[in-house]
Design a protein around this ligand. Structure first.
Ligand SMILES: [Zn+2]
Ligand SMILES: [Zn+2]
Length: 119
């Protein structure tokens, strides 16, 4: 892994904010002023390809990046805010219904976040 790759991984693992490439770039720039955005994109792609991080793609919104640690997501239909939530692990139940082993699953709950609900 490159020097930048390691730093980008640290930034993502330390954040619960589901950062965009641009936000990661700005965070990295604080310690690596010479880094360019293209380098961040290249490293993000490599980190995704090697399953060190995961990408969250939401229709109509820019891609966000997240740590691999098992958790689920609540996504506000109105403001697009992504919130972490840990539901019980459904792997066993899903495997029973499918009759096959599954490698992973991606659970996203669409809802209205408290701020949008109170508007
Ligand atoms: Zn909202
Ligand atoms: Zn998350």
């Amino acid at each position: 892994m490159t020097k930048y790759g390691k730093k980008i991984l640290n930034i993502i693992n330390a954040s619960c904010e589901h950062m965009t490439a641009e936000q990661i770039f700005l965070a990295l720039k604080k310690t690596e002023p010479k880094v360019v955005l293209a380098t961040v994109y290249n490293n993000l792609k490599t980190l995704c390809d090697t399953q060190m991080i995961r990408k969250i793609s939401i229709e109509g919104s820019v891609d966000r990046y997240d740590r691999m640690e098992k958790h689920d997501h609540l996504i506000c239909r109105k403001c697009g805010r992504v919130t972490d939530i840990a539901f019980e692990d459904l792997t066993k139940k899903l495997e029973e219904q499918l009759g096959e082993r599954i490698l992973s699953y991606d659970l996203r709950i669409s809802y209205l976040c408290p701020a949008c609900k109170n508007q």
